[in-house]
Design a protein around this ligand. Structure first.
Ligand code: NI
Length: 136
């Protein structure tokens, strides 16, 4: 790793002991590696608060396929957001239910809008948006 910087950190003794115990359990090779992971996680979480951040994610949808108007509605919604939909997969779960997973990449704000429209469509039984990571 290039351009390493050393810096001093002051912590309560007890807190450091707990941290050392946790990173030992997680088999980190060093405190530096554990702290690097924490910093990367904090940066990623911060990016997730900005609506314009480009992210990758997925939307799981379970719905009743007997509701024909719902099928059309979900298709219409997805066509309106085709610029952020990378792919989708449809699985016939059982006699009544379909499971669809939509893979998305784009601005977080747009992805959340798409997810909200899907979730609020009448007949959708379950819908979950998972933000996987920042794309860049
Ligand atoms: Ni189906």
């Amino acid at each position: 790793m290039a351009n390493l910087v050393r810096f001093g950190v002051s912590l309560a003794k007890d807190l450091l002991a707990k941290f050392d115990s946790v990173i030992r359990d997680q088999e980190y090779p060093s405190r530096s590696k554990a702290i690097e992971d924490l910093i990367n996680r904090a940066i990623n979480e911060y990016k997730f608060t900005d609506d314009r951040t480009i992210i990758i994610g997925s939307i799981d949808i379970v719905y009743d396929h007997h509701k024909r108007e719902l099928l059309n509605k979900l298709t219409d919604i997805q066509h309106d957001f085709q610029e952020i939909i990378l792919s989708s997969q449809h699985i016939h779960l059982d006699h009544h239910n379909c499971f669809e997973i939509v893979i998305v990449k784009g601005e977080k704000g747009k992805i959340e809008k798409l997810s909200a429209l899907i979730k609020s469509a009448k007949g959708v039984k379950h819908s979950l948006l998972r933000l996987a990571s920042a794309a860049e």
